[in-house]
Design a protein. Structure first.
Length: 426
């Protein structure tokens, strides 16, 4: 395997524009029906704490704000895997999202009983209503993008609430849950039941670099089917992000911290993904037949180390005051301008902002850009259908030019009709 040298900025290859498979569309329709019929009291939306913006799904925003859902619309946003994300962003994100959306936000670690107890308390408080009889119960639905830990949260709530084992199957592979589950009891008093749901991907990642980076972030965190990408691409992007993180000391993380975590010499370079993975393969003693270093094994090992938190807490949607935040702000501003119909933006030098100010601005603009992302996906599909229809029309016209019209019989029937009549007489 040969990885290209690190470039700044990162040059994205052509990547899939979506991973929106059949069961996701079906599940979204079933969820919409449940919400419109008011069969649930609360939606718990699971997001990935490492991607506080990327894991916001426009499909859910549309679903929970659609006509018929307005009288329901109770939602608790849960950023799961909080133990893997940077702590300093939690309070600013909670504050900004509460101000902008009115929704309660929690950061949760599904492996921590204390964290799950807090989630249970908040969920039952939000969903609380007078029960209408002994058979009545509080019903919830847990939704989110693939691999945000929905089933793990449900199992943890069941463990803490009723002292029982797993009810939902769990896998590290995205798309494992494929159907809505039956209601699963997670509390006796009050009686609380929860539906598990399949992970539903963003219908359309977006165009250009923004969409490509979104897809790669999801690939890094295991939120999208890994086989859609070349491991070279994922490994290259991860090393590029690690280099930027260490150079800007994002979250106080330095190159020395990285090398110590990987047990590599401090002088190991991050300037080339190939050279870095060669050093890692050597450290892991990963070789192919013939003694060639196994760079693919090294890339997969590095990816797993990131997912397990061995590279330290890391919020991929850069929200601090380093270079990542600048890129994110620019992307959000461009998307917001596109949504507002602006044809051109003028970049200006801006004074350094506090983390809270950056997060306020970035989240506000990202929420505005979600509508543009959703519209873009719809228009892209609409244009594709129109192009396909035009192509079919051109083919039909070409066939009519090449093939002479069928001769017409005395009763107005063509050759094929005559043959069918002859066949019937036999």
């Amino acid at each position: 395997m040969s990885l290209r040298p690190i470039r700044a900025p990162f040059v994205f290859p052509t990547l899939p524009s979506t991973w929106y498979i059949g069961h996701m569309s079906r599940a979204l329709k079933e969820m919409q029906l449940m919400i419109q019929k008011q069969k649930v009291d609360l939606v718990i939306e699971a997001r990935d704490a490492r991607m506080p913006l990327t894991s916001i799904n426009p499909a859910f925003e549309h679903l929970l704000n659609a006509p018929g859902a307005s009288s329901f619309a109770k939602r608790l946003i849960v950023y799961n895997k909080a133990d893997l994300a940077q702590l300093e962003f939690q309070e600013p994100i909670i504050k900004t999202l509460l101000e902008q959306t009115g929704h309660t936000v929690l950061f949760t670690d599904s492996r921590s009983d204390a964290s799950i107890k807090l989630l249970m308390q908040e969920a039952t408080k939000l969903a609380d209503r007078p029960l209408e009889g002994p058979e009545d119960r509080i019903s919830m639905l847990i939704a989110g993008m693939p691999n945000t830990g929905k089933s793990s949260i449900l199992n943890a709530l069941r463990r803490v609430g009723v002292g029982k084992g797993k009810a939902a199957s769990v896998s590290s592979a995205p798309g494992h849950t494929r159907r809505l589950s039956t209601f699963i009891k997670v509390s006796h008093n009050p009686p609380v039941y929860i539906h598990d749901t399949p992970g539903i991907m963003i219908p359309f990642f977006g165009k250009g670099t923004k969409g490509d980076e979104m897809a790669l972030k999801l690939a890094l965190t295991g939120g999208i089917k890994e086989s859609l990408f070349e491991i070279e691409t994922i490994g290259d992007y991860l090393v590029w992000r690690l280099k930027a993180r260490c150079e800007d000391a994002i979250g106080g993380y330095t190159k020395d911290d990285l090398m110590k975590a990987l047990n590599l010499p401090l002088e190991t370079t991050l300037d080339s993904s190939s050279e870095f993975l060669l050093a890692l393969a050597d450290r892991l003693k990963a070789v192919r037949k013939g003694g060639e270093p196994d760079l693919e094994f090294a890339a997969r090992w590095l990816l797993l180390a990131f997912r397990e938190g061995k590279l330290g807490r890391w919020t991929l949607d850069g929200m601090g005051r380093g270079g990542e935040a600048v890129d994110l702000v620019k992307e959000a501003e461009v998307a917001a301008a596109a949504a507002a119909g602006a044809s051109k933006m003028v970049e200006e030098e801006k004074p350094e902002e506090s983390t809270q100010a950056v997060i306020d601005r970035v989240i506000v603009q990202h929420l505005a850009s979600i509508k543009a992302m959703d519209i873009s996906g719809h228009q892209e599909k609409k244009q594709l259908k129109a192009d396909q229809a035009k192509l079919r029309l051109v083919k039909r016209e070409a066939l009519q030019i090449v093939q002479p019209k069928a001769s017409v019989g005395p009763r107005g029937a063509g050759i094929q009709s005559s043959r069918r009549r002859k066949y019937r007489r036999h």
